[in-house]
Design a protein around this ligand. Structure first.
Ligand code: PLP
Length: 408
């Protein structure tokens, strides 16, 4: 097999032309700042499309999450329940505000926060008021169950829909279930502004607060008057032009990603792997990244240190390390599944709750059979495949062949 001439990306920006038109418009009208028509338009369009009251355009998804954590009023030392199997941008804003993330284990059905583990966490920490929930790789979590538990305990939800823009749960868009929510327009997301993000809420007062905080928290006075801590978090009108050009293509991107997911599923149906699963009855993911999970019985030995990985090749078996190496050899980009937050050195002292209680008791339990740490298990056996919109069918066929080869 020949290596790909052009690198096959995990997920790269896909431009359509209108982006340049709106960026040029910003340039030619001299609205080259954090004010302008592109910003107004995307805020209006996103709020309308997703069905939320207000959308505030910010510099990144991370800054939107930070503003959400501030709105929730998280105090120094306060515990906040957070998704565990996710990108660290989901949880860092809790730390920015001095809060302490308590990581909630993952379920196998959608690879998102496990409602049973969340229930357990409320038994251990009944006073927690804020829960940060991410939708991994564009797949909605078990929102009904999670929301019911949060309501029961008077806790508010911050939804991290950075990866799931356009995905729906029971017909309703992710990013509209929490009190304060975030989306991202980072370069590798389903649509992009090259960077950027938004805070979404139905609370008018909250949206106004974020508009103020994100532009240095200036008071109504002739000079720069400050009563509150401010941030320089507003989106640029040039970036907003890119987002404005991309928005009409969201559905098109989702369709392409879905086809990619389906072709992988078909291509792998007779080898010992499964695709990242979703609730086919109640949810429609945006299929941002296609991932696979190797059956336990089909895992060859693989050991990971904090920074390196080794494996022992076995006939008929494989592991993420081998598959990723094989893809890289042919110039295709894959990626391990997010390493769970409770396994990250920066968060190693934070509590971690599984559905059986304290999950710190035994990690990597999957080796002995029954896993008590679902996030660690998915990290050990899972990987993300090239999921770029622009990948041709022949390219994808080759990726499928490269994966299959590892199980020969
Ligand atoms: C990308 C991402 C973010 C952060 O978005 P940025 O715009 O890159 O700051 C937050 N959470 C998750 C789960 C993400 O994937």
């Amino acid at each position: 097999m020949q290596a790909f001439e052009q690198k096959l990306w995990l997920s790269s920006p896909t431009m359509h032309g209108e982006e340049l038109k709106y960026m040029t418009e910003a340039y030619e009208t001299n609205w080259m700042s954090t004010v302008g028509k592109n910003i107004d338009e995307i805020e209006r369009l996103v709020a309308e499309k997703l069905g939320c009251g207000y959308a505030v355009a910010l510099a990144s998804g991370t800054s939107a999450l930070h503003m959400a954590v501030r709105l929730a009023g998280v105090q120094t030392g306060e515990k906040v329940f957070c998704s565990d199997l996710t990108f660290d941008a989901t949880v860092n804003p809790v730390k920015y505000e001095g809060g302490e993330a308590v990581f909630i284990d993952t379920e196998y059905d959608t690879w998102n926060m496990d409602p049973d583990a969340l229930q357990k966490a409320f038994e251990i920490y009944p006073d927690v008021r804020v829960v940060v929930i991410a939708h991994l790789y564009g797949t909605p979590g078990k929102l009904d169950e999670l929301k019911e538990i949060c309501d029961e305990h008077n806790a508010i939800i911050i939804e991290d829909a950075a990866e799931s823009l356009g995905a729906t749960y029971k017909g309703k868009q992710t990013g509209t279930f929490g009190t304060y929510n975030c989306i991202s327009f980072n370069g590798n997301k389903i649509i992009t502004g090259s960077s950027g993000g938004m805070l979404l809420t139905d609370d008018k007062h909250a949206a106004e607060k974020v508009r103020k905080w994100s532009t240095q928290a200036r008071e109504a006075a002739p000079w720069y008057q400050h009563e509150e801590l401010g941030y320089n978090y507003r989106m640029s009108n040039v970036i907003a032009g890119v987002v404005r050009g991309q928005l009409p293509y969201l559905e098109d991107h989702i369709q392409k990603k879905k086809e990619i997911y389906r072709r992988y599923k078909e291509g792998f149906k007779d080898i010992p792997v499964t695709m990242n699963p979703y609730d086919e009855k109640n949810s429609e993911p945006n299929f941002w990244l296609s991932c696979l999970l190797i059956d336990k019985e089909a895992m060859c030995r693989q050991v990971r240190s904090e920074t390196d990985s080794l494996y022992v090749k076995e006939k008929g078996k494989s592991c993420p390390t081998e598959i990723l190496e094989n893809l890289a050899k042919y110039n295709a980009e894959g990626r391990p599944v997010w390493k769970p937050m409770h396994l990250q050195p920066i968060y190693r002292m934070n509590p971690f709750v599984t559905k059986d209680g304290n999950g710190r008791a035994g990690t990597n339990a999957y080796i002995e059979g029954e896993s008590k740490d679902v996030g660690a298990d998915i990290f050990t056996r899972g990987l993300c495949l090239p999921s770029d919109n622009k990948m041709a069918v022949e390219g994808q066929d080759k990726v499928i062949a490269l994966v299959r080869e590892c199980f020969s």
